[in-house]
Structure formats: C-alpha cells, structure tokens
Write a protein that binds this ligand. Structure first.
Ligand SMILES: Nc1nc2c(ncn2[C@@H]2O[C@H](COP(=O)(O)OP(=O)(O)OP(=O)(O)O)[C@@H](O)[C@H]2O)c(=O)[nH]1
Ligand SMILES: [Mg+2]
Length: 317
C-alpha cells in the first residue's frame, strides 16, 4: 500500500480536551492545557509520524489543534473563530471532540454547523470516558450522538489517560488519501520555539490566576536568543487594568516570580538548555477589543514581520 498523509482538524467546544488529544497523539507537549475554557487561541499543527510497520502502512498525520468553538464577543474571540475556520479549510478529515460527561446542547450544535459548512468527512470522538463510572452508559450516548450527524466513525476514548488512541490512529490513517510526507521526520510542529515559550508563560498565568485575569492576559516574547548552554528570553505580559497588573506582579513580586519560575523550568525542558527568563507586565487597556493588537498577537503575523525586518537567513527563531 502507498504512504498515506493528510491534514486532520480537531474541532470542538472549549474544554473538550482538543489540546490534550493533540499532545497525546504527537507524544509531546505542543499545546498548552488548562481546566479553564478558551485556553487555545490560535491553531497549531502537530505532526504524527508513523513509519511503515507490520500490518500498517507508513503515514504522516498533520493534526491541527484549534480554539474552542464559541460565539465571540470581542476581537480576540472573532480572531479565534477565524483560526477555526482556516483550520477547517482544505483538511482531509475532522475529529469532532465532545466531552462525554456533558449533555449535548446548542453550543455543541454550533460546532456541528461549522462541520456541516465545511462538508468534510468527520469522526466523532467522545472524550473523557475515564470519568464515566459505568462504561455501559456509553452505548445510549453513542446512539444519541449517531443521530446528530453523518459521522464516519464514533470513537470513545480518554485523551488524558491515553486510552483508545491506537484505535483512533488506525482509523485516521485508513481515512487518509495516498500522499507524500509533508514534514521531515524530526519536525513535530509548525510553531517555532519562540511562540511555544510565550504560550508556556500564558499557561502558568492560566493556572496561577482566576476570574477575569486569565482571559484579559496575553504574552509577547520580545527577545529570544537560543544558545547551546544558555538561552535568553525576554517577554511582556499584557493585561487590561492596573489592578490586574498588581495581581500579576503580586506582593513583593511573588506572583511574577512564581509564573516565571514555572515557565522557565518548562522552557528549559523544551529547549534542552538553561534559560534566563525576564518578564515584564504592561497594561494595554481593552486589548481584546483592539483588532490591530489582536492581529499583532498572531504568531504567524509576528513571524512574517520578523522575516521582513531581518531579511532571509538571519532569523532568530
Ligand atoms: N478526565 C479527563 N480530563 C480530560 C481529558 N482530556 C482533557 N481533559 C481535561 O480537560 C481540560 C481541558 O483540556 P484542554 O485539552 O485544554 O481542552 P481544549 O479542548 O483544548 O480547550 P480550549 O483550548 O479551551 O478549547 C483539562 O483540565 C484537561 O486535563 C480526558 O480524557 N479525561
Ligand atoms: Mg486547547
């Protein structure tokens, strides 16, 4: 059989476990995770390399993690939904992820409507089965979901416990067309380390803060110098109000220190070098509603800007 490859979009409501599934399938921490909805803000590719083995064709799956489908009420939210639509464009298969512990509601329907518009073949993934006390409960749930849309497969699994992933991978590969490997074998994502570092800092903020603050915060890496032994990173955390800045800095800088230490340890693991991380906090009133600011946050946009500023061949990552 020929080598198979294709683009597979992971779609679903906030908090369904899309990023957890991406990381589990790729086997690396590429996307940040949190129990708070709307954690992911831009689409990220994660590449699964499957060499030819006994009983299996060789394949490359380019997974695309997306922001949770929701009705946006800010420029940031609208941009997140643009990211979802762009990810759906031209993909070969959609994995619609639903949290099996939640009852289907109009917000899930919104995700199904997007799927319908795209007209792409889809699998329904019922995630978080580890939370079902009685596994027999799955059968009526599967029957209920079967009526909702014309899914090619319905696969229950637990992304967190990595239960059911082999079956999923097998079915995904079988659904992909014959095609070339799009990425070299050592590449697992399209997202440069510079932006993964920004996301890692944001993940620490999501875990350390509550209420409005996680949503009113964003991170931009201002300088990123990767060395062989030591890497130097300087980043700015933007929030919307002075009070939020106070919380982010904390008493005698304690909160910022906690965020910085947590992020540094993870970035050190990612880069394989020691990291000197410098963090600043700035107030940017109403940034979530500034179309220009939100556009500048887009890492693809930042990357393009850096390329034109530095000229080809001189790019820091
Ligand atoms: N028990 C259980 N929890 C899970 C599972 N998959 C994900 N979670 C948890 O669900 C929460 C949300 O996970 P994410 O992967 O960030 O969800 P997401 O769909 O990417 O969310 P957004 O980026 O906000 O759209 C986290 O607390 C995860 O640990 C699962 O299979 N079982
Ligand atoms: Mg996510």
């Amino acid at each position: 059989m020929p080598f198979r490859s294709g683009f597979v979009c992971i779609l679903g409501r906030p908090n369904a476990g899309k990023s957890t599934l991406l990381n589990a399938l790729v086997g690396e921490k590429l996307a940040i995770i949190s129990p708070k909805p709307q954690t992911t803000r831009s689409r990220i590719q994660g590449i699964v390399h499957l060499p030819k083995a006994k009983g299996r064709d060789g394949a490359q799956i380019v997974l695309i993690d997306t922001p949770g489908v929701h009705k946006p009420d800010s420029s940031l939210g609208r941009k997140m939904m643009v990211e979802v639509r762009e990810a759906l464009e031209g993909c070969d298969l959609v994995l619609v992820l639903m949290d099996v512990t939640h009852k289907f509601d109009p917000r899930d329907q919104f995700a199904l409507d997007l799927l319908k518009q795209s007209g792409t073949k889809a699998f329904l993934i019922l995630n978080k089965i580890d939370l079902l006390r009685e596994k027999a409960r799955l059968f009526p749930i599967i029957e209920e979901y079967r009526k909702l849309s014309d899914f090619a497969e319905i696969i229950p699994l637990s992304a967190l416990k990595r239960d059911g992933l082999d079956i999923l991978l097998k079915k995904v590969v079988a659904a992909l067309p014959a095609g070339p490997a799009y990425f070299p074998e050592d590449q697992v994502t399209d997202q440069p380390a510079r932006f993964m570092a920004a996301e890692t800092i944001r993940e620490q903020i999501l875990h350390a803060t509550s209420e409005e603050l996680p949503y009113a915060t964003t991170v931009i890496v201002d300088a990123f110098q990767e060395g062989t032994k030591l890497s130097r990173i300087s980043a700015t955390i933007y929030c919307e109000r002075e009070g939020q800045k106070g919380i982010l800095v904390g008493k005698r800088g304690q909160m910022l220190k906690k965020i910085g230490t947590g992020a540094r340890l993870q970035i050190e693991r990612m880069l394989g070098t020691r990291v000197f991380l410098e963090l600043f906090v700035k107030v940017q009133p109403g940034w979530r509603d500034s179309r220009v600011f939100v556009e500048e946050l887009d890492w693809r946009h930042q990357l393009e800007h850096m390329m034109t500023q530095q000229g080809p061949g001189e790019t820091e990552q």
